[in-house]
Write a protein that binds this ligand. Structure first.
Ligand code: NAD
Length: 260
C-alpha cells in the first residue's frame, strides 16, 4: 500500500501513463499527472481518478523535451510537495518511424530529449530528496526495444537502450539508500501510440486496420498485445516491499518477443 506517498507519472494524460496513475492511485498514492491534453480532458481525468480512488490528484504540465519546462515542472512540484517525490515514473514517449537515411535530425533530437534526457534531468532533480527520505522508487518506461532493435526506429531504439543504461547506473549510485531504479519493458501495448503505428501501416500497405494491428503484434510469441493495466500492475509491484531488493533491472512483458 502506498498511502502517504506521492508519485509523478510523466505522460499520464493517455495510454500507459494513465494506467500507471490509476494503478498507483488505487494503492492510495497521491499522483501528479503530466502530458498533453486540453484543459477539459485534464480536469476530467483528475476528477475521475480522485472520485474513483480518493487520492489527491494534481496536474503539472510541461513539454519534457525542453529542459526549461523540466526546471519549471520540478519547481512547481517542490512547491506542491516540499519534501519531493517518493515515486518517479519516467513514461512520456513518442515514436517516429523512418529509415536512417531520411530520418529527420530534429526528430532524432526530439525523441532522445524526451525519452532519455528528460529522465536524466528528472532523476537529477528528485533523487536527492528521495535519498533524504530513505525511500524512493524510480521507474523508467523502456520497451522490448530497450533489449532488441527493429528497422526504421533508430531514435526510439537508441533512446530505450540508453534508458536501460541510465537505469542501471542510477541503481548503483542509489544502492543502499532505500531508493531503487528499474525499467519496465513492454512489447506492444494497445494505446494511442500503438494505434497510430497500426494506422500508418494499414495506409502504407493497403491493409485493414485490424490486419495491421495483428501484423504488428505477430512479433509477440503469444500474438496478443499487452494491456495498459498489466503495465500499471508491474509498476505497482516495483513500488511494493517485495521489490525492495530489485534494482538496476527490468521487468519485460512482451508476450515472449525477446525470448525468440
Ligand atoms: P501515448 O501516446 O498513449 O501517451 C504518451 C503520453 O506522453 C501522453 O500523455 C502524451 O501527452 C505524453 N507526451 C508526449 N510528448 C510529450 C512531451 N514532449 N512532454 C510531455 N509529455 C509528452 O503513448 P503510450 O503508448 O502510453 O507510451 C507511453 C510510454 O510507453 C512511452 O515511453 C513508450 O515508448 C512506452 N511504450 C509503449 C508501448 C506501446 O506499444 N504502446 C510499448 C513499449 C513501451
Amino acid at each position: 500500500q502506498l498511502h502517504g506517498k506521492v508519485a509523478l507519472i510523466t505522460g499520464s494524460t493517455s495510454g500507459i501513463g494513465k494506467g500507471i496513475a490509476e494503478g498507483l492511485a488505487n494503492r492510495g498514492c497521491d499522483v501528479i499527472l503530466n502530458g498533453f491534453g486540453t484543459e477539459n480532458e485534464i480536469n476530467l481525468l483528475k476528477t475521475e481518478i480522485n472520485k474513483e480512488y480518493g487520492s489527491k490528484v494534481d496536474f503539472v504540465g510541461g513539454d519534457l523535451s525542453k529542459s526549461e519546462d523540466i526546471i519549471k515542472l520540478s519547481q512547481e512540484i517542490y512547491k506542491l510537495y516540499p519534501s519531493g517525490l517518493d515515486i518517479l515514473v519516467n513514461n512520456a514517449g513518442i515514436q517516429y518511424v523512418s529509415p536512417i537515411e531520411s530520418f529527420p535530425p530534429e526528430k532524432w533530437d526530439l525523441l532522445i530529449n524526451l525519452m532519455l534526457t528528460a529522465p536524466f534531468h528528472l532523476i537529477q532533480r528528485f533523487l536527492p530528496s528521495m535519498k533524504t527520505k530513505g525511500w524512493g522508487r524510480i521507474i523508467n518506461m523502456s520497451s522490448a526495444h530497450g533489449h532488441v532493435a527493429s528497422p526504421n526506429k533508430s531514435a526510439y531504439v537508441s533512446a530505450k537502450h540508453g534508458l536501460m543504461g541510465l537505469t542501471k547506473t542510477v541503481a548503483l549510485e542509489a544502492a543502499g539508500t532505500g531508493v531503487t531504479c528499474n525499467a519496465v519493458c513492454p512489447g506492444y501495448v494497445e494505446t494511442p501510440l500503438f494505434i497510430h503505428q497500426a494506422r500508418d501501416r494499414s495506409k502504407q500497405q493497403g491493409i485493414t486496420f485490424e490486419e495491421a494491428k495483428k501484423q504488428i503484434v505477430q512479433v509477440h510469441a503469444t500474438g496478443e498485445p499487452v494491456s495498459v493495466d498489466q503495465v500499471g500492475e508491474a509498476v505497482c509491484f516495483l513500488c511494493s516491499p517485495a521489490a525492495s531488493q530489485m534494482t538496476g533491472t527490468s521487468i519485460t512483458m512482451d508476450g515472449g518477443w525477446t525470448a525468440r
